[in-house]
Design a protein around this ligand. Structure first.
Ligand code: AP5
Length: 211
């Protein structure tokens, strides 16, 4: 039976890029806690307003809220998932096993990258507001500037948390929380590491060979 995939990596390490390629291949559903939180913000609810303040500062949203959103948006009885951006800390890693996976097979993939590369990657990222496709003004330009290759929408935007001062904070939070998560999956024999500085196709081939 196929494993669920858990993508772990610093902001900008390429988790979303690889998740869309793996989903396009068939066999997986993609669930990104960042995307779920951004949908909550788009509703302009009181909760969305609170979430926005936290995300715009680069901090983590509360574990309780994130697991609630995650649980409400997955159905493990039907699909195999790519978990993108969850877990972010050891409590979330344990919660994922205990309350979500409940013994289902899973493999964690760590996107290993020098943090110095990330500010430039993120500052140049543009995302399609309509379909979520990810671009980069340096390494993956859309064919027509400002227009999404996939859905044709003229809606390529920069994420509010991709400003340099917020990126620095997101990277700090990541470096403070990731090691126990990696040790957890390593100790359970469920961790593979990919070189996230390689090109997109090479990384994709490496991950595909593991699933
Ligand atoms: P989230 O949306 O999860 O963002 P993130 O983890 O910071 O990751 P990113 O989406 O920024 O980057 P990515 O690794 O997907 O890279 P991408 O493929 O886009 O979280 C945002 C916020 O939500 C958090 O800060 C927190 O506040 C909150 N949150 C989310 N989950 C939470 C949780 N579980 N608990 C609590 N709070 C939570 O690529 C980046 C750029 O690089 C693109 O331009 C791309 O084209 C380019 N690129 C990708 N791969 C390559 C490559 N191999 N070579 C060159 N360029 C590449």
């Amino acid at each position: 039976m196929k494993s669920h995939l858990i993508l772990i990596g610093a902001p900008g390490s390429g988790k979303g890029t690889q998740a869309s390629k793996l989903v396009a291949d068939g066999g997986f559903r993609h669930v990104s806690t960042g995307d779920l939180l951004r949908s909550e913000i788009a509703k302009k609810s009181d909760l969305g307003f609170e979430v926005k303040k936290v995300m715009d500062s680069g901090q983590l949203v509360s574990d309780e809220l994130v697991i609630r959103l995650l649980q409400a948006n997955i159905d493990l009885s039907k699909y195999n998932y790519i978990f993108d951006g969850y877990p972010r800390n050891i409590v979330q890693a344990q919660t994922l096993d205990r309350e979500v996976l409940k013994g289902s097979s899973s493999l964690a993939v760590y996107f290993d990258i020098n943090p110095n590369k990330l500010v430039e990657r993120l500052a140049n990222r543009r995302t399609c507001k309509n379909c979520g496709s990810i671009y980069n003004l340096v390494t993956k330009k859309p064919k027509i500037m400002g227009v999404c290759d996939e859905c044709g929408a003229s809606d390529l935007v920069q994420r509010p948390d991709d400003k340099e001062e917020v990126i620095t904070n997101r990277l700090k939070v990541f470096s403070e929380t990731v090691n126990p998560v990696l040790s957890y999956y390593q100790s359970h024999g469920r961790l593979v590491t990919v070189d996230a500085e390689a090109n997109v196709e090479e990384i994709y081939t490496k991950i595909s060979s593991k699933v």
